[in-house]
Design a protein around this ligand. Sequence first.
Ligand code: ADP
Ligand code: MG
Length: 247
Amino acid sequence: MSIVSVINQKGGVAKTTTALNVASSWAKQGKRVLLIDLDPQSSATKAVFGDQDFECTIYDVMMNQKQVEEVIVSSDRFGFDMIPAEILLSGIDIQLAAYFGREGILRRKLEPINRSYDCIIIDCSPSLGLMTVNALIASKDIIIPICPEYFSMKGIDLILSTLQSIRTGLGHKVGVRGVVITRYRDRKIAKEVIRQVREQYGLRVFDNYIPDNIAVEEAHHMHFPVYIHAPTSPAASAYMELAKEML
Ligand code: ADP
Ligand code: MG
Protein backbone atom coordinates (compact mmCIF):
# COMPACT_ATOMS: atom_id res chain seq x y z
CA MET A 1 0.00 0.00 0.00
CA SER A 2 1.21 3.48 -0.74
CA ILE A 3 -0.32 6.89 -0.19
CA VAL A 4 0.28 9.55 -2.82
CA SER A 5 -0.95 13.15 -2.84
CA VAL A 6 -1.75 15.18 -5.94
CA ILE A 7 -0.46 18.66 -5.20
CA ASN A 8 -0.10 22.06 -6.78
CA GLN A 9 -1.22 25.26 -5.07
CA LYS A 10 -2.20 26.61 -8.46
CA GLY A 11 -5.87 25.96 -9.37
CA GLY A 12 -6.95 24.57 -12.72
CA VAL A 13 -3.84 22.50 -13.46
CA ALA A 14 -5.91 19.26 -13.52
CA LYS A 15 -5.17 17.94 -10.01
CA THR A 16 -8.71 16.66 -9.56
CA THR A 17 -8.96 15.38 -13.13
CA THR A 18 -5.68 13.54 -12.71
CA ALA A 19 -6.58 12.08 -9.30
CA LEU A 20 -9.94 10.80 -10.61
CA ASN A 21 -8.70 9.35 -13.87
CA VAL A 22 -5.53 7.82 -12.48
CA ALA A 23 -7.51 6.31 -9.59
CA SER A 24 -10.13 4.81 -11.92
CA SER A 25 -7.43 3.51 -14.27
CA TRP A 26 -5.71 1.79 -11.34
CA ALA A 27 -9.05 0.31 -10.33
CA LYS A 28 -9.59 -0.92 -13.90
CA GLN A 29 -6.16 -2.53 -13.72
CA GLY A 30 -7.33 -4.54 -10.71
CA LYS A 31 -6.04 -2.44 -7.80
CA ARG A 32 -8.05 -1.73 -4.68
CA VAL A 33 -8.11 2.07 -4.69
CA LEU A 34 -9.25 4.76 -2.26
CA LEU A 35 -9.53 8.38 -3.37
CA ILE A 36 -9.67 11.02 -0.64
CA ASP A 37 -11.06 14.46 -1.46
CA LEU A 38 -9.40 17.09 0.73
CA ASP A 39 -10.60 20.16 -1.15
CA PRO A 40 -13.37 22.23 0.53
CA GLN A 41 -14.70 22.92 -2.98
CA SER A 42 -15.31 19.15 -3.25
CA SER A 43 -14.66 19.00 -7.01
CA ALA A 44 -13.72 15.32 -6.95
CA THR A 45 -16.76 14.41 -4.83
CA LYS A 46 -19.04 16.30 -7.23
CA ALA A 47 -17.39 14.84 -10.32
CA VAL A 48 -18.06 11.32 -9.04
CA PHE A 49 -21.40 11.72 -7.25
CA GLY A 50 -22.99 14.84 -8.76
CA ASP A 51 -24.92 17.01 -6.33
CA GLN A 52 -25.52 14.21 -3.85
CA ASP A 53 -24.95 15.48 -0.30
CA PHE A 54 -22.99 13.46 2.20
CA GLU A 55 -23.72 13.56 5.87
CA CYS A 56 -20.30 12.26 6.80
CA THR A 57 -17.12 13.44 5.15
CA ILE A 58 -13.41 13.74 5.80
CA TYR A 59 -14.27 16.80 7.88
CA ASP A 60 -15.96 14.60 10.50
CA VAL A 61 -12.92 12.35 10.59
CA MET A 62 -10.58 15.31 11.04
CA MET A 63 -12.79 16.68 13.82
CA ASN A 64 -12.82 13.28 15.54
CA GLN A 65 -16.58 12.89 15.13
CA LYS A 66 -16.44 9.79 12.89
CA GLN A 67 -14.15 6.86 12.32
CA VAL A 68 -12.67 6.68 8.84
CA GLU A 69 -14.54 3.43 8.03
CA GLU A 70 -17.84 5.25 8.57
CA VAL A 71 -17.25 7.87 5.87
CA ILE A 72 -16.11 5.66 2.97
CA VAL A 73 -18.46 5.44 -0.02
CA SER A 74 -18.00 3.38 -3.21
CA SER A 75 -18.45 4.27 -6.84
CA ASP A 76 -19.21 1.40 -9.23
CA ARG A 77 -18.64 3.63 -12.24
CA PHE A 78 -15.21 4.71 -11.16
CA GLY A 79 -14.39 1.40 -9.53
CA PHE A 80 -12.92 2.93 -6.39
CA ASP A 81 -13.83 3.81 -2.84
CA MET A 82 -13.90 7.44 -1.89
CA ILE A 83 -13.97 9.72 1.12
CA PRO A 84 -16.00 12.82 0.23
CA ALA A 85 -15.21 16.41 1.16
CA GLU A 86 -17.46 19.32 2.13
CA ILE A 87 -17.25 23.09 2.39
CA LEU A 88 -16.81 23.03 6.20
CA LEU A 89 -13.22 21.96 5.54
CA SER A 90 -12.49 25.56 4.64
CA GLY A 91 -12.65 26.53 8.32
CA ILE A 92 -10.57 23.71 9.67
CA ASP A 93 -7.27 25.59 9.92
CA ILE A 94 -8.84 27.82 12.56
CA GLN A 95 -10.85 25.08 14.28
CA LEU A 96 -7.75 22.99 14.80
CA ALA A 97 -5.34 25.87 15.41
CA ALA A 98 -4.77 24.96 19.05
CA TYR A 99 -4.87 21.19 18.61
CA PHE A 100 -1.60 19.50 19.43
CA GLY A 101 -0.40 17.22 16.67
CA ARG A 102 -2.83 18.67 14.16
CA GLU A 103 -0.52 18.04 11.21
CA GLY A 104 -0.61 14.28 11.73
CA ILE A 105 -4.36 13.72 12.18
CA LEU A 106 -5.01 12.27 8.73
CA ARG A 107 -2.04 9.95 8.92
CA ARG A 108 -3.23 8.52 12.26
CA LYS A 109 -6.83 8.24 11.08
CA LEU A 110 -5.85 6.27 7.97
CA GLU A 111 -3.84 3.67 9.86
CA PRO A 112 -6.74 1.23 10.43
CA ILE A 113 -7.59 1.04 6.70
CA ASN A 114 -4.12 1.17 5.13
CA ARG A 115 -4.07 -2.54 4.50
CA SER A 116 -7.47 -2.64 2.81
CA TYR A 117 -6.13 -0.80 -0.27
CA ASP A 118 -3.32 -1.16 -2.79
CA CYS A 119 -3.28 2.57 -3.52
CA ILE A 120 -4.60 5.61 -1.70
CA ILE A 121 -4.60 8.87 -3.66
CA ILE A 122 -5.35 12.26 -2.12
CA ASP A 123 -6.75 15.16 -4.15
CA CYS A 124 -5.51 18.35 -2.46
CA SER A 125 -6.93 21.85 -2.59
CA PRO A 126 -5.02 24.66 -4.29
CA SER A 127 -3.48 25.90 -1.05
CA LEU A 128 -0.71 24.87 1.27
CA GLY A 129 -2.88 25.07 4.39
CA LEU A 130 -3.39 22.58 7.21
CA MET A 131 -5.26 19.99 5.11
CA THR A 132 -2.47 19.90 2.54
CA VAL A 133 0.10 19.57 5.31
CA ASN A 134 -1.96 16.66 6.67
CA ALA A 135 -1.94 15.10 3.19
CA LEU A 136 1.83 15.46 2.99
CA ILE A 137 2.42 13.96 6.42
CA ALA A 138 0.21 11.00 5.47
CA SER A 139 1.93 10.49 2.10
CA LYS A 140 5.00 8.66 1.01
CA ASP A 141 5.28 10.82 -2.06
CA ILE A 142 3.52 13.34 -4.29
CA ILE A 143 2.51 13.82 -7.89
CA ILE A 144 2.67 17.36 -9.30
CA PRO A 145 0.41 18.11 -12.25
CA ILE A 146 1.40 21.13 -14.31
CA CYS A 147 -0.11 22.84 -17.33
CA PRO A 148 3.08 23.97 -19.04
CA GLU A 149 3.17 27.77 -19.24
CA TYR A 150 5.45 30.63 -18.31
CA PHE A 151 4.90 30.54 -14.57
CA SER A 152 4.88 26.79 -13.97
CA MET A 153 8.33 26.87 -12.36
CA LYS A 154 7.27 29.21 -9.57
CA GLY A 155 4.71 26.64 -8.46
CA ILE A 156 7.30 23.89 -8.39
CA ASP A 157 9.67 26.06 -6.33
CA LEU A 158 6.98 26.60 -3.72
CA ILE A 159 6.04 22.92 -3.54
CA LEU A 160 9.66 21.86 -3.14
CA SER A 161 10.27 24.39 -0.38
CA THR A 162 7.12 23.17 1.37
CA LEU A 163 8.47 19.61 1.24
CA GLN A 164 11.70 20.93 2.70
CA SER A 165 9.92 22.61 5.62
CA ILE A 166 7.88 19.48 6.31
CA ARG A 167 11.16 17.63 6.48
CA THR A 168 12.98 20.05 8.76
CA GLY A 169 9.99 21.20 10.80
CA LEU A 170 8.06 17.98 11.20
CA GLY A 171 10.66 15.32 10.45
CA HIS A 172 8.73 13.68 7.63
CA LYS A 173 10.38 13.00 4.31
CA VAL A 174 8.10 13.16 1.28
CA GLY A 175 9.38 12.21 -2.17
CA VAL A 176 8.32 13.46 -5.58
CA ARG A 177 7.08 10.51 -7.63
CA GLY A 178 6.91 12.69 -10.69
CA VAL A 179 5.46 15.60 -12.62
CA VAL A 180 2.43 15.07 -14.84
CA ILE A 181 2.12 17.26 -17.91
CA THR A 182 -1.57 18.11 -18.32
CA ARG A 183 -3.52 19.87 -21.08
CA TYR A 184 -0.53 19.37 -23.32
CA ARG A 185 -0.39 21.17 -26.63
CA ASP A 186 2.51 20.97 -28.99
CA ARG A 187 3.98 24.40 -28.33
CA LYS A 188 7.44 25.74 -27.79
CA ILE A 189 6.72 26.82 -24.21
CA ALA A 190 5.55 23.32 -23.26
CA LYS A 191 8.81 21.77 -24.44
CA GLU A 192 10.81 24.44 -22.63
CA VAL A 193 8.96 23.90 -19.34
CA ILE A 194 9.40 20.13 -19.56
CA ARG A 195 13.11 20.53 -20.24
CA GLN A 196 13.53 22.85 -17.26
CA VAL A 197 11.65 20.57 -14.88
CA ARG A 198 13.94 17.72 -15.85
CA GLU A 199 17.23 19.59 -16.01
CA GLN A 200 16.94 22.37 -13.43
CA TYR A 201 15.01 20.48 -10.80
CA GLY A 202 16.09 16.96 -11.65
CA LEU A 203 12.50 15.78 -11.29
CA ARG A 204 11.01 12.87 -13.15
CA VAL A 205 8.50 13.94 -15.78
CA PHE A 206 6.16 11.09 -16.69
CA ASP A 207 6.47 10.17 -20.38
CA ASN A 208 2.71 10.06 -20.92
CA TYR A 209 1.60 13.67 -21.31
CA ILE A 210 -2.15 14.25 -21.04
CA PRO A 211 -3.30 16.06 -24.16
CA ASP A 212 -5.70 18.98 -24.04
CA ASN A 213 -8.83 17.12 -25.03
CA ILE A 214 -12.50 18.08 -24.78
CA ALA A 215 -13.37 14.48 -23.81
CA VAL A 216 -11.84 15.16 -20.38
CA GLU A 217 -14.21 18.00 -19.64
CA GLU A 218 -17.23 16.11 -21.03
CA ALA A 219 -16.45 13.04 -18.92
CA HIS A 220 -16.17 15.28 -15.86
CA HIS A 221 -19.64 16.74 -16.44
CA MET A 222 -21.18 13.35 -17.21
CA HIS A 223 -19.70 11.89 -13.99
CA PHE A 224 -17.65 9.21 -15.72
CA PRO A 225 -13.96 8.44 -15.93
CA VAL A 226 -12.71 9.44 -19.36
CA TYR A 227 -11.84 5.85 -20.31
CA ILE A 228 -15.57 4.94 -20.08
CA HIS A 229 -17.01 8.17 -21.47
CA ALA A 230 -14.69 8.32 -24.48
CA PRO A 231 -12.67 5.09 -24.64
CA THR A 232 -10.99 5.92 -27.93
CA SER A 233 -10.07 9.52 -27.03
CA PRO A 234 -6.40 10.47 -26.77
CA ALA A 235 -6.90 11.49 -23.12
CA ALA A 236 -8.36 8.10 -22.17
CA SER A 237 -5.35 6.17 -23.42
CA ALA A 238 -2.95 8.78 -22.01
CA TYR A 239 -4.45 8.45 -18.51
CA MET A 240 -4.47 4.65 -18.72
CA GLU A 241 -0.79 4.55 -19.70
CA LEU A 242 0.12 7.25 -17.16
CA ALA A 243 -1.52 5.21 -14.42
CA LYS A 244 0.69 2.24 -15.29
CA GLU A 245 3.76 4.42 -15.47
CA MET A 246 3.04 5.82 -12.01
CA LEU A 247 2.81 2.52 -10.17
P1 ADP B 1 -7.56 21.51 -10.36
O1 ADP B 1 -8.06 20.37 -9.55
O2 ADP B 1 -6.05 21.55 -10.44
O3 ADP B 1 -8.10 22.84 -9.93
P2 ADP B 1 -9.26 20.43 -12.44
O4 ADP B 1 -8.89 19.00 -12.51
O5 ADP B 1 -10.51 20.78 -11.74
O6 ADP B 1 -8.03 21.29 -11.87
O7 ADP B 1 -9.30 20.94 -13.97
C1 ADP B 1 -9.61 22.29 -14.29
C2 ADP B 1 -10.44 22.32 -15.56
O8 ADP B 1 -9.66 21.88 -16.67
C3 ADP B 1 -11.66 21.42 -15.52
O9 ADP B 1 -12.75 22.07 -16.12
C4 ADP B 1 -11.24 20.21 -16.33
O10 ADP B 1 -12.35 19.55 -16.93
C5 ADP B 1 -10.32 20.83 -17.36
N1 ADP B 1 -9.31 19.88 -17.84
C6 ADP B 1 -8.43 19.18 -17.09
N2 ADP B 1 -7.63 18.41 -17.85
C7 ADP B 1 -8.00 18.64 -19.15
C8 ADP B 1 -7.55 18.15 -20.42
N3 ADP B 1 -6.55 17.26 -20.52
N4 ADP B 1 -8.18 18.62 -21.53
C9 ADP B 1 -9.18 19.51 -21.44
N5 ADP B 1 -9.66 20.01 -20.29
C10 ADP B 1 -9.07 19.59 -19.14
MG1 MG C 1 -9.21 20.33 -7.79
